[in-house]
Ligand binder design. Structure first.
Ligand code: IMP
Length: 437
């Protein structure tokens, strides 16, 4: 995909961010763009994210490692804003290695915080307590929230750089294990004691393997930019799951939008030339929380099956809904996107009519404002506009003119409503099944 002409050498980097509730197919867009960039950089989230990329018919599921790793010669950078589960990272490296993928381009920020076994235990205990009160968040239980909470809290936090300082690491792990055992046992008496020795053994193994990759990535990224290299920022999760701007409290614990790049990679947005917002041609959501256009009928089931809408990370069936343009427009504005990538358009083929949500009705009033609280969003009624459907196999379309007229009209409706042009359309899972506008 070529870079918009408006970019200059000082802002030649690109960001790819999600405009819905995750799983928009950002991995595929990043994979396509990676060829034109020198490093692919993750700046938020952890192993809660799941990017699946299909290359020559083979599916790769990546959770922590940026999908740029599949491009030989590119750097794949895990920025400081990511929470890293060292065991998961090693597993992922092993899986990629077994498939013959060269992983020597991986770099991990020494400032990135680690997800430890007690974070996953805490995530589960908290979810179960919330579930017993009938209101779980529906987290991935990957320890994301507790690890970010410790980062902010500071006292028990452990960073990737600590893996390279054995004495400090030992002291930190011993303190954290004692602290977490006491706290979590108070919450759930059958919590086993967290054994500092066995955790330290695992961390030492992780440190030995990851050591050469753990660096000051902020310095690295600025050096690359000074050399005229181009960075590609790969957002994980999506804006509606952003801890500040999403459907709080049904969100993840990081800054998932473009603003997260400054926080989670140390690169200011002024150095990012284009921000591509990725959206599905419909909506999906995993976990709890409001979703105004949710389809609980056969149409939803059909889209779920055709779109293979089962979580990459947890395998959970995803909730499906018609395209919610109120939500997408909001996400586009907060992210400051410069173009839209629409994915899974092929999945909508075969419906006589398609609905899109163009306003919310709240207490009898119509609005295009996205409510600031998840609980308020659960009270809105979607106002649906019906658009003509399209038919036929879209997967071999390579230009917009290869698409049925009604499919083009659907895309035009989206671009017009959001007020941002479409730069990319995906019509199938493979790299080649793409239209670059
Ligand atoms: P957590 O990130 O595991 O704390 O989960 C918080 C919420 O974000 C839950 O509803 C998850 O299902 C959702 N979530 C987190 N990451 C992703 C993602 O990459 N795709 C879709 N949903 C996600």
């Amino acid at each position: 995909m070529s870079h918009p002409r408006s970019s200059t050498a000082s802002n030649a980097s690109t960001a790819v961010v999600g405009l819905q509730w995750g799983d928009e197919g950002k991995g595929k867009v990043v994979d396509l763009l990676a060829a034109d960039h020198d490093a692919v950089v993750r700046f938020n989230g952890g192993a809660n994210a799941g990017h699946s990329v299909v290359v020559k018919g083979e599916r790769f599921a990546l959770h922590l490692i940026p999908s740029g790793i599949l491009h030989p010669g590119k750097l794949a950078v895990i920025g400081n804003g990511v929470v890293v589960d060292p065991e998961k990272l090693l597993e992922e490296l092993d899986t990629l290695g077994a498939k013959g993928v060269d992983t020597t381009g991986l770099r991990v920020s020494s400032r990135a915080h680690l997800v430890m076994p007690y974070h996953k235990a805490e995530d589960a205990i908290r979810e179960e307590m919330l579930a017993s009160g009938g209101a779980p968040i529906g987290t991935t239980r990957r320890g994301i929230g507790p690890s970010y909470a410790d980062k902010i809290q500071r006292g028990e936090a452990i960073r990737a750089g600590d893996l390279l300082r054995p004495d400090l690491l030992r002291a930190k792990v011993e303190h954290a294990c004692e602290f977490k055992t006491r706290v979590l046992r108070a919450l759930s008496s059958d919590t086993p004691a967290f054994d500092a020795r066995s955790i330290l053994e695992k961390m030492s193994r992780a440190g030995a393997r990851l050591g050469p990759a753990i660096v000051d990535t902020t310095e690295l990224l600025h050096r690359l930019m000074d050399e005229g290299k181009r960075l590609l920022f790969e957002g994980a999760n999506a804006l509606l799951l952003d801890v500040d701007h999403g459907t709080y409290p049904f969100v993840t614990s990081s800054s998932t939008g473009s603003a997260g790049i400054g926080v989670g990679a140390g690169v200011p947005l002024t150095r990012v030339g284009s921000i591509i917002g990725v959206m599905k041609a419909y909506c999906s959501r995993v976990g709890a929380g409001p979703m105004p256009t949710e389809l609980l009928d056969e149409t939803g089931n059909t889209i779920r099956t055709r779109g293979r809408e089962f979580g990459t990370t947890t395998g959970r069936p995803r909730r499906i809904g018609w395209l919610d343009l109120v939500a997408v427009r909001y996400a586009a504005r907060v992210n400051g996107i410069t173009s839209i990538a629409v994915t899974l358009l092929d999945v909508l083929s075969g419906f006589e009519n398609l609905s899109v949500c163009t306003a919310y009705e709240v207490d009898g009033e119509r609005t295009r404002v996205f409510p600031p609280d998840g609980h308020d969003l659960s009270r809105v009624k979607p106002v649906l506009t019906t658009l003509p459907g399209f038919a036929g196999d879209l997967s071999s379309a390579r230009t917009l003119s290869d698409l049925p007229r009604q499919a083009r009209a659907y895309l035009e409706f989206v671009a017009e409503y959001v007020g941002v042009p479409i730069s990319f359309v995906s019509v199938g899972p493979d790299r080649a099944q793409s239209i670059v506008v």
